[in-house]
Design a protein around this ligand. Structure first.
Ligand code: GLP
Length: 240
């Protein structure tokens, strides 16, 4: 199984072997893989080498550890296209998941200077501040903090926010969503967000800020989302 003469380090060969076994379904999603001791015996290498391979696979998101239980195969990450201006609800349905929402808070606030610039409104104006946890089936995937001008959506209610915000805008308000700009960056999860997302600290997350406009150019939302880096992969189609 291992080539000890090879220029490829042993721990990398073990990683490749385990990746192959996972890809072939020998170890299905959420199943327990052999223990460090078993792998040590199986490969005839030191426990340190095996530990290094497993740690790398955990860091890559292919495996996860549970204290006192062992190491398991992680679920495949969600592939999120970056091209279309889709809603969370549409994205989940497209992939065969049941979209879920938990409304954490809904209030009306004055925007800070950065927010009022992004929204193109005065800092005297009011915005709806909406904090929602978004689920795929029962798994928390992201937290969304949305800011929408009250003037544009005077009837926005807690009830509407239990479902799809884009459906409310398009079907109820009969407005046409045009285009958006997204900014993406990596970060470490804050304690509060790790609690919402059921992840243990330290944990990597992806922050995406979306500024979206209606077809007439009016900006209708600024959304700051925190996505679980262990559950998401972002895809974009690029041409030349
Ligand atoms: C995505 C976007 C948000 C948008 C939301 C609407 O998650 N990142 O900017 O507000 O979709 O989703 P829904 O219509 O399901 O509420």
């Amino acid at each position: 199984m291992l080539d000890k003469q090879s220029a490829i380090p042993i721990y990398v060969q073990i990683e490749d072997y385990l990746k192959e076994q996972i890809a072939q379904g020998v170890y299905p999603v959420k199943s327990l893989i052999p223990s460090e001791r078993e792998l040590t015996d199986m490969f005839g290498v030191s426990r340190m080498t095996v530990r290094q391979s497993l740690t790398n696979l955990v860091k890559d998101g292919l495996l996860y550890r549970e204290k006192g239980r062992g190491t398991f195969v992680a679920e495949e990450k969600m592939e999120q296209p970056l091209n279309g201006l889709t809603s969370f609800t549409e994205d989940m349905k497209e992939r065969g998941f049941v979209p879920g929402t938990k409304l954490i808070s809904f209030s009306q606030v004055h925007p800070d200077p950065q927010l009022s610039t992004r929204l193109g409104i005065s800092s005297e104006a009011l915005v709806h501040k909406v904090v929602r946890i978004r689920y795929a089936d029962d798994t928390p995937m992201a937290i969304e903090r949305s800011y929408l001008p009250v003037e544009l959506f005077p009837t926005l209610s807690e009830e509407a926010l239990q479902g799809s915000l884009y459906a409310f805008i398009e079907k109820q308000e009969k407005l046409v969503i045009g285009q958006a700009t997204q900014r993406m960056e990596a970060a470490l999860a804050k304690t509060e967000d790790a609690g919402y997302l059921h992840i243990s600290l330290p944990a990597a997350v992806v922050l995406i800020e979306r500024v979206s406009a209606l077809d007439d150019g009016r900006i209708f939302e600024v959304v700051r989302s925190t996505y679980r880096a262990d559950r998401y992969k972002f895809i974009s189609e690029i041409g030349r």
